[in-house]
Design a protein around this ligand. Structure first.
Ligand code: ZN
Ligand code: ZN
Length: 353
């Protein structure tokens, strides 16, 4: 409800499903939420009648075959009461409401629409204790699955087989699903930051990058481990140490009030000192929550500042074409004094397999 006063609107229409889940607890995939001075109305169809009764908190549940006509009817009713004789200001998520639905609602319910960029995403940046606990649970399922996969042995198996085992392992350890398709990239393919697992076998003397995460109670984990062969080449060893130092530098910079781009700058300075900056081709990190990538961004262009309760990744990487790549990623929770790891697999020394 606070959103109405903050955004100076009479009504707020929420359509992005992760935002609806955040506000109500509903985990299905089709609904709309209307926040008005009268209360919160959750509109869905018959497929979700039972599920919404079980999950939705703090809203009146309306089951309707025509979701959008129903939303339009309710907007009109509220408008008549709260802004009689003039157009009501109806806030909507400009990045998520389709042009088609926007036109339909304008025709049926008036045209006082106010585009809001990230109204709920802004609230979601700072996590409550229960949200952080869900992410810790997700991280435990994901890391546990990686340890199982590594102890069973990955050399000689294909990237695809290993990725499939990793994702299955997460579910067996209590995850609902992977939070994104796991990356298992070996040899020269590890130099591709977003490599898709292939049908190639993982060689004896190759580095392997595992970037993986699980979803638990709706919340994501995200972690990257770089595994080196028993006798790594000296460039790989040097790259590992440079990335590890850069990550530690970034994590040390985390505390409330610090501009996110400063964390990115510390990581870049560290990689510059090791001579690898030109091989760092992405930003330092991102917020994690119900979405795998959410605000704030830890990048050169970010305008956000860290605040207590945020959970962000710090994930520098160095990618040498033809040689291979190293990335190290942890999720860090911003505390009153600094940053604590949410992911827990050790990163100080490379895992040697
Ligand atoms: Zn990741
Ligand atoms: Zn990440």
């Amino acid at each position: 409800m606070g959103i109405l006063a903050r955004q100076r609107i009479h009504l707020f229409l929420c359509v992005r499903m992760t935002n609806i889940r955040y506000l109500t607890g509903f985990s299905g995939s089709d609904a709309a939420l209307l926040v008005s001075p009268d209360g919160v109305t959750f509109v869905t169809d018959g497929r979700y009648a039972e599920q919404s009764r079980r999950e939705v908190r703090g809203a009146e549940i309306v089951i309707s075959d025509g979701k959008w006509p129903e939303v339009a009817r309710r907007i009109r009713a509220v408008t008549r009461r709260s802004a009689p004789g003039r157009a009501a200001r109806i806030g909507f998520e400009s990045r998520h409401l389709s042009v088609e639905i926007h036109r339909f609602l304008t025709r049926r319910a008036g045209d006082g629409w106010v585009a809001l960029r990230d109204p709920v995403e802004t609230l979601r940046m700072r996590k409550e204790e229960s949200e952080i606990r869900a992410m810790e649970g997700a991280a435990i399922a994901a890391s546990g699955a990686l340890l199982e996969v590594l102890s069973a042995g990955v050399r000689g198996r294909t990237e695809k087989e290993v990725a499939a085992d990793l994702e299955r392992g997460m579910k067996m350890l209590g995850a609902e699903e992977p939070s994104f398709r796991a990356i298992v990239a070996s040899g020269p393919r590890s130099a591709l930051p977003h490599a898709e697992p292939t049908g190639s076998a993982i060689g004896r003397n190759e580095p392997v990058v595992f970037d993986f995460g699980a979803r638990r109670r709706g919340y994501c984990s995200d972690e990257t481990v770089s595994v080196l062969p028993a006798r790594p080449s000296s460039p790989l060893r040097r790259m590992f140490d440079a990335v590890r130092r850069a990550q530690e530098r970034g994590i040390r910079a985390i505390r409330p009030g610090v501009p996110c781009r400063d964390v990115d700058a510390r990581v870049r300075e560290s990689l510059d000192r090791s001579g690898y900056l030109k091989y760092f081709v992405h930003s330092t990190g991102h917020g994690v929550g119900m979405d795998i990538h959410e605000r704030p961004s830890l990048s050169q262009r970010s305008r956000d500042r860290l605040a207590e309760g945020m959970v962000v990744t710090v994930e520098p990487g160095v990618y040498l074409p033809g040689v291979g790549g190293i990335r190290i990623e942890d999720m860090i929770r911003v505390t009153a004094r600094g940053g604590d790891r949410v992911t827990y697999l050790p990163k100080q020394a490379p895992l040697i397999l």
